[in-house]
Design a protein around this ligand. Structure first.
Ligand code: KIV
Length: 284
């Protein structure tokens, strides 16, 4: 008999970490994708600010607003029954002040999120502490932090040197001390995430962080082959781009050739009514 599926909570995630069961996390931005991700059995979903590139057509995550994030978060929350839902704090939703950080983290919780994710280490520790103090669970985000893409000089691999790796490990410790329960490590050498997992009690999630993490995150558009930026670490499980293109091309062709709509997509008036109508219009 299969076990009854329950809503994933922080306790579930902690237990999975303790049992060395890998945690599956997926970035989704909309109702239909979230519905399928939840049905497929992912443990967690993130409404990522990569929404900017993958859905809204921006070049980076920087223009994404709280309003845009909340709009998409609400759609995801309406779809998800079981997965743990994380809202991604967009650029300038937590940087200006501790108060802004609390207010905006709270706005994600009000939509139905279970936690928020914040980019940065020691420099955001006061924001993380304040948010956690108000009962909002936080996941940090280190390594390649896309909101700092300009300062990092592009989407480059992080933690290549001992100094850089040490800084990431120290930042993880600062996040743990501030009360975060997890940290996402993006686009780094695998040794960084391994050491963060050894040196802290955080649940360590990786997206291009290597195999030693407790959980893995990927973006639904990358899994499906329709992502805007194809990161080196992503695995594409289906080439939806080709399937969608073919479907759209066939639709264009069939409309232009008069093959769609066919008889099965057409509804007719009763013959009698039609005759009456023609008569009324003086066409008979
Ligand atoms: O916005 C997002 O999807 C993210 C991932 C790239 C980690 O933060």
């Amino acid at each position: 008999m299969s076990e009854e599926r329950k809503k994933v909570t922080i306790r579930t995630l902690m237990k999975k970490k303790e049992a060395s069961e890998k945690i599956v996390w997926l970035v989704v931005y909309d109702y239909p994708t979230a519905l399928l991700a939840d049905e497929a059995g992912v443990d967690m979903v993130l409404i990522g600010d990569s929404l900017g590139m993958n859905v809204l057509g921006y070049e980076t995550t920087l223009p994404v607003t709280m309003e845009e994030m909340l709009h998409h978060t609400r759609a995801v929350v309406r779809a998800v029954k079981y997965a743990f839902i994380v809202g991604d704090m967009p650029f300038m939703s937590y940087q200006p002040s501790v108060e802004e950080a609390i207010k905006n983290a709270g706005a994600f919780l009000k939509t139905g999120c279970d936690a928020v994710k914040i980019e940065g280490g020691a420099e955001v520790a006061d924001r993380v502490k304040a948010i956690v103090d108000f009962g909002i669970p936080v996941i940090g985000h280190l390594g390649l932090t896309p909101q700092k893409v300009s300062m990092l000089g592009g989407y480059r691999l992080q933690g290549k040197t001992a100094e850089d790796a040490k800084k990431i490990i120290e930042d993880a410790k600062a996040l743990e001390e501030a009360g975060a329960f997890g940290v996402l490590i993006e686009n780094t050498t695998a040794e960084v995430a391994k050491l963060v997992a050894e040196e802290t009690d955080l649940i360590v999630f990786g997206i291009g962080g290597g195999p030693y993490c407790h959980g893995q995150l990927l973006l639904a558009p990358d899994v499906l082959g329709i992502g805007k930026i194809r990161p080196w670490f992503a695995r594409t499980y289906v080439n939806l781009r080709e399937l969608i293109l073919n479907a759209f091309r066939r639709y264009c062709e069939e409309v232009r050739k008069g093959l769609y709509p066919a008889e099965e997509h057409t509804r007719h008036m009763e013959k009698e009514e039609y005759e009456k109508l023609l008569e009324m219009l003086g066409k008979k």
